[in-house]
Design a protein around this ligand. Structure first.
Ligand SMILES: [Fe+2]
Ligand SMILES: [Fe+2]
Length: 288
């Protein structure tokens, strides 16, 4: 990286102001936490937000799900896609929406982050399903993947231009990763900020934990976290979207063995990602 590309140092207070959460999101997260959400409840919440309703319908009608009938109502979308998937989508879309409204020059970068996040969600779910976890479990892996970098959204919102310049730096193998830049300039990083947000907003504790530790090389004890870390690595390596890091900063083989990810799984996932890449990119266009 050339010195000229480095952003000017910025004096930033460590006390981040956690943005307030939209009411509809509080209610949707509550249903997730209490495991009590009914399809009717979710439908009512989504219908209160016309933009969200329109996106869910467009998504349900997209090639990603290739249903044969046209999905015309939210209740039909919930019946076809499932309560958990629609809940996850509603949360992801709502967060990216809330934080990116009004974004100007950095809008294109946030779009790339959204593709990356959708990619990690889709890949994490596939890894998790391949490992024998189905239904609700798979959808939760999707949600964890979708939100693992949510701290970056807070940084974009708080310091749009400055964070945009850090995010956009063409980083080589030798350059520090984006978390190091964040630590240097803001005294904190997106994993720690994401956890604060997750706790403040009442996310399930497992999700908050995944967000906090998804870059921690010593955090290998939790199988779901390992799956998210592997999905993150695959999305970076296969350049599905962009999350502020161009390289892995570590040998892939080493990461793979640390995350207990076999060569067979790796081969399956690269094939899967190649097949699904277009759908993931389309998914982003439909839901943004
Ligand atoms: Fe990250
Ligand atoms: Fe990421």
């Amino acid at each position: 990286m050339s010195a000229s590309k480095k952003p000017m140092p910025l004096q930033i207070s460590k006390d981040f102001e956690i943005p307030s959460i939209p009411l509809v999101l509080i209610k949707i997260i509550q249903t997730l936490n209490e495991n009590s959400g009914s399809a009717k409840e979710l439908e009512d919440l989504i219908l209160h937000d016309p933009a969200l309703s329109a996106r869910i319908l467009r998504l349900a009608n997209s090639a990603f799900y290739s249903f044969h009938t046209r999905v015309k109502t939210i209740s039909h979308a919930i019946a076809l896609l499932g309560l958990n998937l629609v809940t996850s989508l509603a949360i992801g879309i709502n967060i990216f929406d809330t934080f990116t409204s009004g974004a100007k020059s950095e809008g294109a970068l946030i779009n790339k982050l959204w593709i990356h996040s959708c990619g990690v969600g889709v890949l994490a779910k596939e890894i998790w399903i391949q490992r024998g976890n189905r239904g609700k479990e798979g959808e939760f892996a999707f949600l964890c993947g979708l939100l693992h970098d949510v701290g970056k959204i807070v940084l974009f919102k708080t310091y749009p231009e400055h964070y945009g310049s850090i995010f956009a730096i063409e980083k080589s193998e030798e350059d520090p990763c984006i978390s190091s830049y964040e630590d240097e300039y803001y005294g904190s990083n997106h994993a720690a900020i994401g956890e604060i947000l997750a706790k403040n907003w009442g996310f399930p504790s497992e999700l908050a934990y995944v967000i906090r530790r998804h870059h921690d090389p010593s955090a290998t004890e939790m199988p779901l976290l390992r799956a998210i870390m592997m999905a993150d690595l695959l999305a970076k390596e296969l350049k599905i979207g962009y999350d502020g890091d161009h390289s892995l900063n570590e040998d892939r083989g080493k990461i793979q063995s640390r995350l207990e990810f076999t060569d067979e799984e790796y081969a399956h996932m690269t094939d899967y990602a190649a097949r699904e890449r277009k759908n993931i990119e389309r998914f982003f266009k439909i839901s943004s």
